[in-house]
Design a binder for this molecule. Structure first.
Ligand code: FRU
Length: 462
């Protein structure tokens, strides 16, 4: 078993693996008083490998407790991995629905067999794989063998499952299945697929499907979307289509990126006890430079975020529960000023900024530096283009998001030891970023104009 050799980049309040590698959040649910978050996990190494399901649970969405590994690969249907999936509660039991991943021996290219499986728990801690796994053995005949990441929900007396996949024509697509009992599944149809003439991806991973404010949202992580006018710059994207129905067929909106940062992928949502739809993402990207790997671990999730629709825009914003993390008010001000700088030895911070645009003719900047004053990133908010441009140290450092111009620019920023999440105007845009800094952090808000800057900065508990 690998161990964590150095704590320097360990997160204080985000979910991360106890040691070893983590990727996608899986099986988000509320069961018997606890929120459960499972995740793609390789406990033996800081590199991706045979996927287990790691597990954490929380009473309040804020303080998390590590739980024993929930799923271990190695059975005949999941020989090489228990891949991503979801969780539902039925008859007072917790059901995990996940993909079994197998490399086929003796094939030239490493060909795979992917299938869908169930594991059941009475207490939410110990899981028994269903003896008749897999419950879905193979994809429809016009599909490639990429067929994974089941998301299941209950609607009008039936269970539905949406699966990520790729057709034989290399179209990313979401497949819809249906079941009366969660065990026997029937293939219904292609819920939606990439248009080959549009830039919509050859493989769709981690689909999720839900209704929010009367809009039908298909949230997913497509592979193969090319950069377009400064967006879609990550290796793979996460975003959404709004689906509608004209009676004959499903119509998709354009594909919208959900977060504009470098490190955001493989989202999943669930409902809270009081009916809010919340989301977690893996706050990393495939092939990124994860410097914590040298320390024996890799990967972290975002903070839990509540989803809201603003017109046709899906917004994400940290859940209100996170206020419970505040330990002391580090810094507060409310005055006309051009530049505010402050430093913090704590790397666990919540920053709330309300910045009045004044004449609104010059940009506002937010800059994060480490002790040596070497810039981690700078974000420029430009009132004329209504674009926020984040420049991070290193190659391929630039990302951009749009925002609407109101009298004030509102920012909420969560910083942890090796991550920053920036929410603009109540979550209409966001940037999720990993960073690796040493010593104190220096933070700065500035503008060429004298503007009213109202800031409240809290140190956060572990
Ligand atoms: C997304 C993904 C999923 C798969 C899992 C494997 O990041 O590629 O499609 O189930 O990771 O770890």
């Amino acid at each position: 078993m690998i161990t964590v050799k150095n704590e320097r980049y360990r997160q204080k309040y985000h979910i991360m693996p106890p040691q070893g590698w983590m990727n996608d959040p899986n099986g988000l649910c509320f069961f018997k008083g606890y929120y459960h978050v499972f995740f793609q996990y390789h406990p033996d190494s800081a590199e991706w490998g045979p996927m287990h399901w790691g597990h954490a649970r929380s009473l309040d969405l804020v303080h998390w407790e590590n739980c024993p590994i929930a799923l271990t690969p190695g059975d005949s249907e999941d020989k090489d991995g228990c891949f991503s999936g979801s969780a539902v509660v039925k008859d007072d039991k917790l059901y995990l629905i996940y993909t079994g991943h197998n490399y086929l021996a003796g094939t030239k290219k490493q060909e795979v067999w992917e299938n869908q499986n169930i594991a059941i728990s009475e207490d939410g801690l110990h899981f028994q794989k269903y003896e008749k796994n897999p419950v879905i053995t193979s994809p429809p005949s016009d599909n490639s063998t990429d067929f994974r990441d089941p998301k299941v929900w209950f609607e009008d007396g039936l269970w539905y499952m949406v699966l990520g996949s790729q057709s034989k024509k290399r179209e990313g697509r979401a497949l819809l299945y249906c079941s009366k009992d969660l065990l026997d599944w029937n293939y219904l149809k292609v819920l939606a697929k990439a248009d080959l003439t549009a830039n919509e991806g050859y493989m769709w991973e981690c689909p999720d499907y839900f209704e929010l404010n009367g809009k039908k949202i298909l949230l997913l992580s497509p592979q193969g979307i090319a950069e377009e006018k400064g967006i879609f710059k990550n290796l793979h994207q996460t975003g959404y289509f709004i689906l509608s129905d004209d009676g004959n067929q499903v119509i998709k909106s354009d594909f919208y990126e959900l977060d504009s940062g470098h490190d955001f992928y493989a989202t999943q949502t669930c409902l809270t006890e009081d009916g809010r739809r919340i989301l977690f993402a893996w706050m990393d990207m495939w092939k990124a430079d994860m410097q914590e790997q040298a320390d024996g671990w890799a990967g972290t999730l975002t903070v839990p975020r509540e989803l809201r629709m603003q017109g046709n825009r899906l917004c994400t914003y940290p859940v209100a529960e996170l206020k419970a993390l505040r330990s002391e008010l580090l810094f507060t001000q409310d005055k006309f000023i051009k530049k505010t700088s402050f430093s913090s030895s704590s790397h666990a911070l919540e920053i709330n900024a309300v910045l009045d645009w004044g004449k609104a003719d010059t940009s506002i900047y937010f800059e994060l530096n480490d002790e040596e004053h070497s810039q981690i990133f700078i974000v420029e908010f430009c009132p004329t283009t209504r674009k926020a441009v984040l420049k991070r140290k290193g190659v391929d450092g630039k990302r951009q998001a749009s925002f609407s111009l109101k009298q004030q620019l509102e920012l909420k920023i969560y910083i942890d030891s090796s991550s920053a999440e920036i929410f603009i105007n109540g979550g209409e845009s966001s940037f999720s970023e990993r960073f690796y800094a040493a010593g104190k952090l220096n933070l700065e808000f500035s503008s060429e104009n004298l503007i009213k800057q109202k800031l409240d900065v809290y140190c956060l508990d572990s």
